[in-house]
Design a protein around this ligand. Structure first.
Ligand code: 5GP
Ligand code: ZN
Length: 113
């Protein structure tokens, strides 16, 4: 999508600190990290939000989580990390290109705020 911030990051039109890329997913450091590790994993295909994902996107959404698990393994934070997918403004979604937050490297409280 032409004017989507995260699509522009994938195309390298907006700079980011990329940590991983494959044919389907892209991952980069969050600009405003909420922990020692805070990475955003996104599908290369533009999907605005989880509520807009179709049955045909099931594998792609799953791939985003597997990319997060791969990065967590590489970063040695498997003693505890969280994958968060905010859906809608009331849950704090501010960028409307589906993204999975990978947060770790510190103790995480439950329930989240
Ligand atoms: P949301 O609030 O939609 O779940 O998450 C959006 C995330 O994107 C936030 O954690 C925010 O810090 C991050 N973010 C917003 N703009 C940029 C940007 O231009 N670059 C990077 N790397 N992260 C961004
Ligand atoms: Zn997009």
């Amino acid at each position: 999508m032409a004017d989507c911030l995260f699509c522009r990051i994938i195309r390298n039109e907006v700079p980011s600190r990329k940590v991983y890329e494959d044919d389907h997913t892209f991952a980069f450091e969050d600009l405003n990290p909420q922990g020692p590790t805070h990475i955003l994993v996104i599908p290369k295909k533009h999907i605005a939000s989880l509520k807009d994902a179709k049955a045909e996107d099931a594998e792609l959404v799953g791939r985003c989580y597997l990319t997060a698990a791969h990065i967590a393994r590489e970063r040695s934070i498997e003693d505890g990390y969280r994958t968060v997918l905010n859906v809608g403004p009331r849950a704090g979604q501010s960028v409307f290109h589906l993204h999975v937050h990978l947060i770790g490297g510190r103790n995480l409280q439950w329930p989240p705020g």
